[in-house]
Design a protein around this ligand. Structure first.
Ligand code: PDD
Length: 285
């Protein structure tokens, strides 16, 4: 079956889903995206993703193309039409297609809204059991990483370098400190059991999974510090992990070929993953 995509008001076969070559998402990366997980046909932590969508759009002065309620209805209809059980829904809003290529915002142009789904067994992904290796790369991104922009070339290059090195993720380094992963938030658990992840600012994306995991950890009296950490600190930590909508909580077992902790997924990482999955199932819509 050809999967179904959503393009500007219509559900169409993915192979026929098209936007203009003048679309500003294509020409300027003038757009915002979100990825929400799906478990058992239901959206995970979607209100958090839609709130971030609204904020990112606001930061680039782009209006919501539909109400958040309508966007969620479309996400749900797409999940149903694709009979998606487990995976992700991708959505993207761009400033639309003008008649030419002017940098300044066009007037009277309708934003583009597209969505498609991808099947993925997030719970039973092999790397959920084994953990992943991470490499480090310089963080060469712009300084508004809090905006979930579709301008992802730095992350494409970082993740390609990781793939070529046989690693699952790249941790980006700025001024000697980890900012975040190419498409995930970065955490460590120190030797005295403090959960450390960088504080939210313009330097990282405010991860929805990061936010939920921090709340769940604090509710369980785990000590949390939101501050940057170095690779040296990560290598002397007990455990390390990454979070994202498409991974949930994913153990990091080595950095640049050197083991973190025992070199295996740590017990706290596994526990936080279980706790997150429980939260996800309990709050799915
Ligand atoms: N990436 N940091 C970056 C740079 C990301 O691209 C992502 C998500 C995250 C984690 O955010 P969240 O927990 O809200 O998914 C952190 C998505 C999954 C992607 O680009 O596919």
């Amino acid at each position: 079956m050809d999967p179904i995509a959503y393009v500007n008001g219509s559900f169409v076969p993915l192979s026929e889903a098209k936007v203009s070559i003048l679309d500003r998402g294509f020409l300027f990366a003038d757009g915002i995206y979100e990825v929400s997980a799906v478990l058992d046909g239901k959206l995970i932590d979607n209100a958090s993703h839609l709130a971030r969508l609204q904020r990112s759009l606001g930061e680039i002065a782009l209006e919501l193309p539909e109400s958040l309620e309508r966007i969620e209805e479309i996400q749900k209809e797409l999940i149903a039409r694709n009979e998606l059980t487990n995976g992700t829904v991708y959505l993207e809003v761009t400033r639309g297609a003008d008649r030419g290529r002017d940098f300044a915002f066009p007037k009277g142009v309708r934003p583009t809204l597209i969505m498609f789904t991808s099947a993925k067994d997030i719970i039973n992904a092999p790397s959920a059991k084994t953990g992943v290796a991470v490499i480090t790369v310089p963080d060469i991104r712009w300084t508004r990483r809090d905006i979930k922009s579709v301008a992802l070339l730095a992350q494409v290059l970082a993740k390609q370098a990781a793939a070529e090195a046989g690693a699952g993720e790249a941790w980006m380094i700025e001024n000697g400190l980890v900012t975040e992963g190419g498409s995930s938030s970065a955490f460590i658990l120190t030797q005295d059991d403090v959960l450390v992840t960088r504080h939210n600012s313009n330097e990282i994306l405010p991860g929805c999974t990061r936010k939920a995991v921090l709340k769940l950890a604090e509710e369980r009296q785990l000590r949390v510090e939101e501050r940057p950490f170095s690779i040296a600190e990560a290598l002397s930590a007990k455990e390390a992990f990454a979070t994202s909508a498409s991974l949930f909580v994913q153990a990091v077992i080595s950095i640049d070929g050197k083991p973190v902790g025992t070199g295996n997924p740590g017990p706290m990482t596994q526990r936080l993953r279980e706790i997150y999955v429980e939260f996800a199932r309990a709050t799915a819509v």
